[in-house]
Design a protein around this ligand. Structure first.
Ligand code: RRO
Length: 330
C-alpha cells in the first residue's frame, strides 16, 4: 500500500501531514513532525514581525474531545524566523520531506512584502528549500479584521496582486503557492470563491479547505462567562465538530475548481477513516490540526497505519484508486 501523493506537483511520501497552527511555532516543535510519518512540515502562519498573540485564556477543549476553540491571534516568530536556514535545518534534521511556510499578513502589503522576502532569501541562498507558501485568507481571530475569504472584493484584490509578483513569473517559480480558505456554507459563496481562485489558476497550485469555523462561542457555565478572553469570546471552532463542514467544502471545491488546482482537505480529521473520507471527496492530501494539537505528533504515525489498514481491507493500493470517487445516489 502506497500512501504517497503530490500537491501542486510537490511529492509527499504520505498524504497525511500537519496543518499550520498547533505545534508549528518553533523548530523544536516542528522537528517532531519532521521525524514522524507526516508527509511534510508546514509552519505556523507568519506575520512580518514576531508577535505574542491575544491575551490568555485563548484556547479551550470541550470535555468530550469533540470540539476546540482558539483565539491565538497569530502568535509567531515573524517570517524571517520561518525562512531562516537555521530554523529549517533544526526542523528538518536529516529528513528530506517538504518544508512549507504559511503567511497571514495583517494587510495585503504585508503579504506582498513577505512573499518578496521569501523570494529574496531563496534567490540569495538557493539551498533554502521551501516547497510551498500557503497564503492564509481565513484567520478569524484578528481584532478588527474581517476574514479575507469572506470579502470577495478584497480576496480578488489580494489574489490579483499576489499572483502578479515577479516571483511567480518565469517558467520555474521559486516555490509553489497554496491558499488556505475559510469554510463556506452556501452554494453561491462556493461558486464565487472558486471563480476567483480559478482566475489565478496559473499561479495557485493548491487550495486547503478549511480553516476554523470563525466566531464560535463557548460559555463557562459556572463562571457565567465566555471561556476565551479576546474578541468577547468569539473564536475559531475546530476538531471533530467541523469534520462534516470540511468534507462538504472539499467536495464543493473539488467540483468547482479547475482540475489544475489540487484540493487539500483539513478540518476535524482524527483517524485514517476521516482521511479516507476526505480523499473520497476529492482531497489529494489531508492536513491535521486539532488532533495533532491534542495528541501530539504520534497522531501522524497512527493515522497513516489506520489508512493503510483501510486500504488493504478495501483492496486499494494507492490513493488514486479512490480519490474523488465518492459514489452518487441513483
Ligand atoms: O493564530 C490564530 O489565531 C489562528 C489563525 Br492565524 C488561523 O488561521 N486560524 C485559527 O483558527 N487561528
Amino acid at each position: 500500500v502506497d500512501l504517497s501523493t503530490t500537491i501542486g506537483g510537490i511529492p509527499l511520501s504520505s498524504c497525511i501531514y500537519n496543518a499550520s497552527g498547533p505545534r508549528t511555532g518553533s523548530s523544536a516543535a516542528m522537528s517532531k513532525i519532521a521525524a514522524s510519518s507526516s508527509g511534510g512540515v508546514l509552519a505556523k502562519s507568519a506575520t512580518v514581525a514576531n508577535q505574542t498573540g491575544n491575551d490568555q485564556p485563548r484556547t479551550w477543549h470541550d470535555e468530550n474531545g469533540s470540539a476546540s476553540l482558539n483565539s491565538e491571534g497569530l502568535p509567531n516568530n515573524g517570517i524571517e524566523y520561518y525562512i531562516d536556514p537555521k530554523t529549517i535545518a533544526e526542523t528538518m534534521g536529516d529528513q528530506s520531506k517538504p518544508y512549507m511556510v504559511s503567511i497571514s499578513g495583517k494587510c495585503l502589503n504585508d503579504n506582498l512584502l513577505m512573499l518578496g522576502q521569501i523570494s529574496d532569501a531563496i534567490n540569495q541562498n538557493p539551498s533554502i528549500n521551501i516547497a510551498a507558501v500557503e497564503l492564509n485568507l481565513a484567520c478569524p481571530n484578528i481584532v478588527g479584521k474581517p476574514t479575507i475569504g469572506y470579502d470577495f472584493e478584497q480576496m480578488e484584490d489580494v489574489m490579483k496582486q499576489v499572483t502578479s509578483l515577479p516571483c511567480f513569473k518565469g517558467s520555474k517559480p521559486l516555490f509553489r503557492l497554496g491558499v488556505k480558505m475559510p469554510p463556506y456554507f452556501d452554494r453561491p459563496h462556493f461558486e464565487q470563491a472558486a471563480a476567483i481562485l480559478n482566475k489565478y489558476k496559473s499561479v495557485i497550485t493548491y487550495v486547503a479547505s478549511i480553516n476554523t469555523i470563525g466566531n464560535a462561542l463557548a460559555v463557562d457555565y459556572y463562571a457565567e462567562m465566555p471561556v476565551i478572553r479576546a474578541k468577547g469570546g468569539f473564536a475559531g471552532l475546530s476538531g471533530p465538530a467541523v469534520k462534516y463542514t470540511a468534507l462538504a467544502n472539499v467536495k464543493q471545491m473539488r467540483e468547482l475548481l479547475d482540475e489544475s488546482i489540487d484540493v487539500v482537505g483539513v478540518g476535524g480529521v482524527t483517524s485514517g477513516k476521516d482521511a479516507f473520507e476526505m480523499i473520497l471527496c476529492g482531497a489529494r492530501a489531508v492536513q491535521v490540526g486539532t488532533c495533532h494539537w491534542v495528541e501530539g505528533p504520534s497522531c501522524f504515525d497512527r493515522m497513516c497505519n489506520e489508512l493503510t489498514d483501510i486500504m488493504k481491507e478495501k483492496g486499494y493500493t494507492s490513493i488514486d484508486d479512490f480519490r474523488g470517487k465518492l459514489k452518487e445516489w441513483s
